[in-house]
Design a protein around this ligand. Structure first.
Ligand SMILES: Cc1cc2nc3c(=O)[nH]c(=O)nc-3n(C[C@H](O)[C@H](O)[C@H](O)COP(=O)(O)OP(=O)(O)OC[C@H]3O[C@@H](n4cnc5c(N)ncnc54)[C@H](O)[C@@H]3O)c2cc1C
Length: 384
């Protein structure tokens, strides 16, 4: 009988999270493999987002979102400089267009300061005009260090780091089954061109984004009892045409919804200087990335108070992404879920679920955090 192939660490998913974990762990073990069902890295959530490097304003104090966002933003900006990944700190304003929103701006200012965000300032109407002359608002919170990043270049750079450090990445390879064994886990994977095969892995890291709940279920976790079920929430974007992109200098956000289902339809520039509006937020049963052109009217109505120069005909469908929410529709806000499943009798399995925004900003800090958890658990002591 042929002996089963053994690896030390299997990471499921080559999005920014799986790759960031891979680059941290690749040098701590002999055989680190990353399995990705798509043909290239980052084809899921990681390449379908606003590409904003968030400062960490919105999230509850001491939450993983707040901590890893603030830490991750700093790490990412150093990383971008070192690897010449295009990024730009263009600044962001969170704009109150009605007096009823002024209190929310003050609250965000205090929350951001509490989270350790640097440089925040409340602007009155005339100071807002100095920064964004074409934006309308009665006051705003200014975050000068918020910026944007070329997420595609980031993904490629993280992939290169993993390979340089000795990890192997298997594309077109889907993890189909997971079973606990005395040595760790028996994993079954399927490649599009062959029949499924099994191998043994001492550690398994579930970084499967929108499909993390399926992986948890494969490992035998009751995803409803554990609160791991993913409730996908779609976000569409519309591009602003007609030369109006020149009317906005940076990132312009409304005061966010209380539930933080989304941050509200905002205006972001990309690195080429184009202006996009989005994302909206609505629950979906299936993952699809088409944009419904009829939603343009709602975008227009939502944004025109902040951006009075907009006309409905300026908006053309652009792209969409899907948030991997673990909060039930209408439920209260949830933090990133990052844990070692030792207490469920699944020592060696790490779950990452609900890694929605600010997951892109936080990715390097998430990688470091997971590596620290694995070291604390004594699972990767052989650091070289
Ligand atoms: C609309 C939107 C806007 C956002 N804006 C921002 C922003 O401006 N700033 C910010 O910081 N964050 C933002 N985010 C959040 C950020 O994009 C995510 O947190 C981050 O990309 C999550 O990365 P990931 O690696 O967890 O997921 P993914 O990139 O989806 O990676 C998971 C991977 O796992 C693979 N996979 C799944 N199942 C299997 C399997 N069984 N076998 C093998 N592979 C599998 C998938 O194919 C996928 O490639 C936004 C998100 C959305 C949806």
């Amino acid at each position: 009988m042929k002996a089963m192939i053994k690896v030390d660490i299997t990471i499921i998913g080559a999005g920014v999270i799986g790759l960031s974990i891979g680059r941290e762990l690749a040098s701590t073990a002999d055989h680190v493999v990353i399995m990705e069902k798509e043909p290239h890295p980052g084809m899921g959530i990681s390449s379908r987002n606003s590409e904003v490097i968030h400062a960490g304003i919105y999230y509850p104090k001491k939450s993983l979102k707040a901590r890893l966002c603030v830490e991750g933003a700093g790490m990412l900006s150093e990383y971008c400089s070192a690897r010449t990944i295009p990024c730009q700190s263009m600044g962001k304003v969170i704009v109150a267009t009605e007096s009823s929103e002024e209190k929310a701006v003050e609250k965000l200012f205090l929350k951001g300061k509490d989270n350790g965000v640097q440089g925040l300032k409340i602007l009155g109407r005339s100071d807002l005009k100095k920064i964004e002359p074409s934006v309308s608002g009665i006051c705003a919170l200014h975050s000068p260090n918020t910026g944007i990043i070329d997420s595609h270049r980031l993904i490629r750079s993280l992939e290169a780091d993993c390979l340089d450090k000795g990890a192997s990445i298997f594309y077109n390879t889907e993890v189909l089954a997971l079973e606990k064994s005395s040595q760790g886990f028996v994993c079954t994977a399927g490649h599009m061109s062959g029949s499924p095969y099994t191998f043994s892995s001492r550690i398994v890291i579930n970084a499967a984004g929108l499909f993390s709940d399926r992986i948890s279920a494969l490992a035998g976790i009751d995803i409803d009892a554990a609160g791991y079920r993913i409730y996908p929430v779609k976000g569409e974007y519309f591009r602003v045409r007609g030369g109006k992109h020149t009317l906005v200098g940076g990132l312009v956000y409304p005061v966010p919804e209380k539930s933080l289902t989304g941050l509200g339809i905002h205006a972001t520039k990309d690195l080429a200087g184009f202006l996009r509006l989005g994302p909206n937020a609505f629950p979906v049963d299936e993952i699809s990335y088409d944009v419904d052109p009829s939603h343009a009217q709602v975008f227009y109505e939502n944004a025109r108070a902040m951006l009075p120069f907009l006309e409905p005909s300026d908006l053309v469908p652009d792209m969409a992404g899907v948030r991997p929410k673990i909060q039930k529709p209408g439920g209260s806000q949830r933090d990133f879920l990052i844990c070692h499943e030792e207490t469920r009798g699944l020592a060696g399995l790490f779950t990452l679920a609900g890694i929605e925004s600010p997951g892109l900003t936080s990715c390097l800090a998430v990688g470091r955090h997971v590596a620290a958890l694995a070291k604390e658990a004594g699972l990767v002591s052989q650091i070289r």
